[in-house]
Design a protein around this ligand. Structure first.
Ligand SMILES: *Cc1c(COP(=O)(O)O)cnc(C)c1O
Ligand SMILES: [Zn+2]
Length: 446
C-alpha cells in the first residue's frame, strides 16, 4: 500500500485524486504528489530501508506507487564516491560524486522511468511513450521491454548515435523529429490529447515520473550515514531533477529519517548554449526566457524548461547558485573527472563538473562544505563529443625498440621517473641459473 494523499496543483493548491492527471483543470498549473507524512513517519525506519533491495525501491514508502514487483532493472543505489583528488584540483575539502553512470541504461533517467512505468502499468496503460533528449528514450525502451509494454519515443533528429542505437535495440519505436527538443515536446503534448491511452512518461504521467528523482537525495543521505550534505550541484534540463532533490531532502526530515529538515544548498549547472535558468539567476529576474539550444550537452538542451521557474526558486530559497559553462569547459570537465577519479561521464556530467569548478573558483562552493556533485550519465553515450580530440598517445610497431623510442619521444617529462630504472616496485626477473626451464620467455620478440 502506498502513502499517497493525492495530487495538488503547484500554483493554486487545488487537490485531485492520484489518477492519470498532470495539469490543474482550473489554472493549468502542474500537479504534485502529496503524501500522508504522519503515516510514513509511523512506518519508515532506517532499518526497514536497509533491509530493502539495493535499488530505488528501498525507498518505496516515499514513492508514489506501491507494487511488490515494480518495473525494475535495478535503477539506483549507485556509488557515492569520495573524490579527494578532484577536490584537491578544485581547492575544495570534502567532495563526493554521486555516480549515476552506473544505472542500468547509463543515466539517472532509470530512476524516474522505473517509477513512471510502475505507476503507468498500475493505471492500466499498455504503451509507454516520451519526448526525449536521448537518455529518457533509452530508459523508457528498456523498462518497457522489461514490463512487456510497447514503447514509442520521440527524439530530435540530431541526437548522438549511441542514444539512438540503445533505444532501437530494446525494441523501442524511435521517431526522429526534425526540430529541437522543444518542438518534440510540443508535438508530444498534442499527441497526449490525441492518444490518451498512451503513457507519455514526461507528459501525462510526469507527476509520478518526477518523484523518482527524490531517490538521489535519499541515497546521498543514507550513503553519508544518514547525514545531509551542505551543498549539492545538479545539472538542469527541464529542472525537474533539481526540484525533486530538494523535495527529497525535505521529506527525510519530515518523516524522521533525518533529525530535522536539513538546510542543503542546491546549485544548478547548465551549458552556456542552453542556459535559460542560469541567465535568469544572473539577471535576478523571475521570468525564464526560452532559448534555442546550441550545445554538445544534448541531454540538457531544453530551451523552454517545464520546471525552470521552480528550479530557480529552489536555488534562491536554499542559498544556492546557478552557472553556465562553454562546450570547451564541458569537455575539460569530462576529462578532469575521468583523469582524477576514474569516472567517465557524458556531456551532462561535464557540465556539472565544469560548473562545480567555476563555482568553487568563485568561492560560492566552499572548502568548508560537504559537497556532492550529481554525475548523471555515462560517457559512452556521447563519445563523439570527444573522439576527434582523444587519440592514442602514440602508435608503434610491435617491438621493444619501437616502444623504447616512443617512450623517449612521445611520453611527457612527468613520466620520466617511471622509465626503465624508475621508482615503484619491480618484479624480480628470474635468475637464469635457477629459473625453471619450462616455458622459457620467448626471445623472438627482440
Ligand atoms: C535528463 C537529464 C538531466 C536533466 O534532468 P531534468 O530533470 O530534465 O532537469 C541531467 N542529466 C542527464 C544525463 C539527463 O539525461
Ligand atoms: Zn491550479
Amino acid at each position: 500500500m502506498d502513502f499517497v494523499a493525492g495530487l495538488r496543483c503547484r500554483e493554486c493548491g487545488r487537490g485531485y485524486p492520484a489518477e492519470a492527471l498532470h495539469v490543474c483543470d482550473f489554472c493549468f498549473g502542474p500537479l504534485e504528489v502529496t503524501y500522508d507524512y504522519e503515516r510514513i513517519a509511523a512506518t519508515v525506519t532506517r532499518e526497514r530501508i536497509a533491509a530493502g533491495p539495493r535499488t530505488i525501491w528501498r525507498y518505496a514508502d516515499l514513492l508514489p506507487v506501491a507494487d511488490p514487483a515494480p518495473v525494475d532493472l535495478g535503477a539506483g543505489f549507485t556509488p557515492l564516491v569520495r573524490a579527494d583528488r578532484l577536490a584537491a584540483e578544485l581547492g575544495l575539502g570534502e567532495l563526493w560524486i554521486k555516480d549515476d553512470t552506473a544505472n542500468p541504461t547509463g543515466s539517472f533517467k532509470d530512476r524516474v522511468v522505473s517509477v513512471a512505468l510502475t505507476k503507468a502499468r498500475q493505471l492500466g496503460f499498455k504503451v509507454a511513450a516520451c519526448a526525449s533528449t536521448g537518455n529518457l528514450a533509452n530508459s523508457v525502451a528498456a523498462h518497457a521491454a522489461r514490463a512487456g509494454m510497447e514503447s514509442v519515443v520521440l527524439i530530435p533528429a540530431d541526437l548522438e548515435r549511441a542514444k539512438v542505437t540503445m533505444t532501437t535495440v530494446y525494441g523501442g519505436r524511435v521517431v526522429a523529429v526534425e526540430g529541437t527538443y522543444d518542438d518534440v515536446n510540443r508535438l508530444c503534448a498534442e499527441l497526449t490529447s490525441e492518444r490518451p491511452s498512451w503513457a507519455f512518461v514526461n507528459v501525462n504521467v510526469r507527476t509520478y515520473y518526477a518523484e523518482g528523482s527524490k531517490t538521489l537525495a535519499f541515497e546521498v543521505a543514507e550513503q553519508l550515514g544518514w547525514q545531509a550534505p551542505d551543498h549539492v550541484v545538479v545539472p538542469i534540463g527541464s529542472g525537474s531533477q533539481l526540484t525533486k532533490v530538494a523535495k527529497g531532502f525535505e521529506e527525510l526530515g519530515r518523516v524522521g529519517l533525518l533529525d530535522e529538515v536539513p538546510s542543503v544548498r542546491i546549485s544548478g549547472a547548465q551549458a552556456a548554449g542552453c542556459s535559460p535558468v542560469a541567465t535568469a539567476f544572473a539577471d535576478g529576474v523571475d521570468a525564464i526566457r526560452p532559448v534555442k539550444p546550441a550545445t554538445i550537452a544534448k541531454s540538457l538542451a531544453i530551451g523552454n524548461p517545464a520546471d525552470g521557474w521552480y528550479a530557480l526558486d529552489v536555488i534562491r530559497r536554499t542559498g544556492g547558485s546557478c552557472a553556465a559553462v562553454t562546450d570547451d569547459e564541458v569537455l575539460e570537465g569530462i576529462r578532469l573527472l575521468a583523469r582524477t577519479e576514474g569516472i567517465f561521464a557524458e556531456t551532462a556530467g561535464g557540465v556539472t563538473i565544469a560548473t562545480l569548478a567555476k563555482l568553487a573558483a568563485a568561492g560560492v562552493v566552499r572548502p568548508d562544505e560537504r559537497v556532492v556533485a550529481l554525475v548523471t550519465g555515462h560517457g559512452l553515450k556521447t563519445v563523439e563529443a570527444l573522439t576527434a580530440s582523444e587519440e592514442p598517445t602514440v602508435t608503434i610497431a610491435p617491438t621493444l625498440d619501437a616502444f623504447d623510442q616512443a617512450f623517449d619521444q612521445a611520453f611527457d617529462d612527468s613520466f620520466a621517473e617511471h622509465g626503465r630504472a624508475g621508482t615503484g616496485p619491480t618484479v624480480a626477473t628470474a635468475d637464469p641459473a635457477t629459473a625453471p626451464t619450462r616455458n622459457p620467455a620467448p626471445r623472438s620478440a627482440r
